[in-house]
Design a protein around this ligand. Sequence first.
Ligand SMILES: Cc1cc2nc3c(=O)[nH]c(=O)nc-3n(C[C@H](O)[C@H](O)[C@H](O)COP(=O)(O)OP(=O)(O)OC[C@H]3O[C@@H](n4cnc5c(N)ncnc54)[C@H](O)[C@@H]3O)c2cc1C
Length: 273
Amino acid sequence: MATGEKLGCFGLTEPDFGSNPGGMRTRADRSGDEYILNGEKMWITSGSIADVAVIWAKTYGDPGHQDGTVRGFLVETNRPGFGSWDVHGKWSLRASVTSGLSMQDVRIPATNLLPESGGLKSPLMCLNQARYGIAWGGIGAAMSCYDTARQYSLVRKQFRDQPIASHQLVQEKLAWMITEITKAQLLAVQAGRLKDKGKLEPAHISMLKRNNAAMALDCARLSRDLLGANGITDEYPIMRHLCNLETVKTYEGTDHIHALVIGEKVTGVAAYR
Ligand SMILES: Cc1cc2nc3c(=O)[nH]c(=O)nc-3n(C[C@H](O)[C@H](O)[C@H](O)COP(=O)(O)OP(=O)(O)OC[C@H]3O[C@@H](n4cnc5c(N)ncnc54)[C@H](O)[C@@H]3O)c2cc1C
């Protein structure tokens, strides 16, 4: 995978368990030197083109672990009983393949178990890394939208042959965007500094991911507005960013769930249920 010869995917979400992955039904039953996997995963990026899937499942009969403990497995996608299908009709992240996975009595050697995994914190640790990167990506999309709107406002003329950039209400929107983008950059830089020191906590990452995804969506919507009718066309990148950012708001923990992570951190009260 590191040399780009093999593709992987990350299978946590299930049809009935998205924000609440702890409810997952996928199970891995220990049988001698093997595990037998059964279950379904949904919304898995690159699922049908991956060579290997990291599948999170509840284990049963696993030595040293209570039944129902979530653990991670490397599952080669050409194993008998492993199936996949693609989600069609997406208006967001259209350039990436999104799949459902099914496992029916898929046998894998016990050595395919991720040995350090144990409990829901294991997949969440992986997500923390991804969420950090996603927060930076949101800034890039917001900068593209802002830049497009700024340039457009300097050439588009309305009322007395004046560029729309000369209107105070237009400038207010541009000022808001550049301020929010800069704040998001500072948040991300500070998170990076904490990460380097090993002090980045899940609640920091929730604040970063939630803020930057929402900020980017707001920038995309404002930019779309400033381009008027032209903003809805594919001649400009705004609608592409806007549609993609809807996924960014939802995947890797929704806006609501990250609010609850922050809420738990500051109050000590978990409010997920
Ligand atoms: C394009 C795309 C790619 C993806 N790639 C992957 C992948 O590679 N691997 C993977 O495992 N998953 C992947 N996902 C899945 C993604 O992580 C889930 O969609 C996400 O966790 C939300 O789950 P859900 O869609 O089931 O929504 P739900 O959990 O059903 O949530 C629906 C709404 O209810 C709200 N909600 C739920 N519970 C609460 C609560 N307690 N309090 C307040 N509000 C609540 C949510 O915030 C949301 O607004 C992908 C999704 C998309 C769209």
